[in-house]
Every structure is written in structure tokens, then in C-alpha cells.
Design a protein around this ligand. Sequence first.
Ligand code: IMP
Ligand code: MG
Length: 175
Amino acid sequence: MDIIHEMITEKQITDKISEMAAQINKDYEGKEIHLICVLKGGVFFCCELAKRITVPVTIDFMAVSSYGSGTGSSGRLTVKKDLDELIEGRHCIIVEDIIDTGLTLSLAKKMLLARNPASLNICTLLDKPARRVTKIEALYTGFTIPDKFVAGYGLDYAQKYRNLPYIGEVEFIED
Ligand code: IMP
Ligand code: MG
């Protein structure tokens, strides 16, 4: 068993999501939003965010991962599950759990932009800017965190802890 040290409480998270949704509602007034949830980590955040959005919303899901070169945005994107729907002409927001090196999102964004959405912004619950290797910024960021490995609220360590209602730093315990 690992030890999880609570870093961001459930109330802090839901308060922040309400703030982010209020900003999105303002920014997208009169438009329809197409949320692109990045599986699996973005799922908990995406649901709570979508519940608080008051302009018309549709939701689609994709699962992607990247294999980096270590420097720059020259890594490769693996699409494990692509979107079900076309995004051409739609106002899209990518909903992600965390931006770390930024490689996954910069590659995913490039792929999606080639499909000609009306607009494409990024909304992330967490940002870990210390480890960034590409220039990518989210328009909406919940919490900026230090360079620690965290789990909970959708984020996993070896597929565990996604169900924790809070976000905590993982202290790895050797067997
Ligand atoms: P990036 O391409 O380095 O930005 O990778 C981001 C992905 O790595 C996220 O979508 C997460 O799935 C995973 N990741 C990065 N940092 C953490 C962490 O602290 N805990 C859990 N997953 C993480
Ligand atoms: Mg992820």
C-alpha cells in the first residue's frame, strides 16, 4: 500500500470547478460547447464541470497517450480511442486532469486542430509547470501544483486511487 497525503480537499476541488464553470459560462455565452474529455483521468473532473455549465453542452471522449523524445514537441501520439463525433465548426474544450510535460496535449491539440473546429481551448484541473517540455497553456486551470506525483479525483498511480474524492501526493512504499 502507498500512502496518500491529502493536498487538495474535495471541497476545494468542487469550489474551484464551480468557479471555472462560471468563467466558461461567461466566455461562451450564446454558443454551444463541445467538451472533449481525455480518458481516463479527465472523467471525474469533466462530469463535475459539465454539471455546472449552463450553456448547451455536448460531450465526447478520447483516450490518447504520448511517447516523448524528452525534448520539444516531437513525440508521437497514440490514439487508443478516437472521438465518436466530428468537431468541424464546433466550439471545443479539451478537458484534462493534469498537464505535466505538456507533450500529450500539444500533440492532441495539433491533431484536433487539423479537423477544423470553430475554436479549441484547454481546461485542466491541475498544472505541473515545472516539468513542461513544450509551450502549451490551458485557458482554464484549476490548481497549479509543485513537481509531486499526485493521485485521486481521476488521477491514478498504476490505475489505482482514481476514485479518491480528493487529490493527494503519493508516497511510494516499497514492498
Ligand atoms: P504530459 O504529456 O506529460 O503532460 O502527460 C500528462 C499525463 O500524464 C496526464 O494526463 C496524466 O495521465 C499523467 N500524469 C502526469 N502527472 C501525473 C501525476 O502526478 N499523477 C498522475 N498522473 C499524472
Ligand atoms: Mg491523462
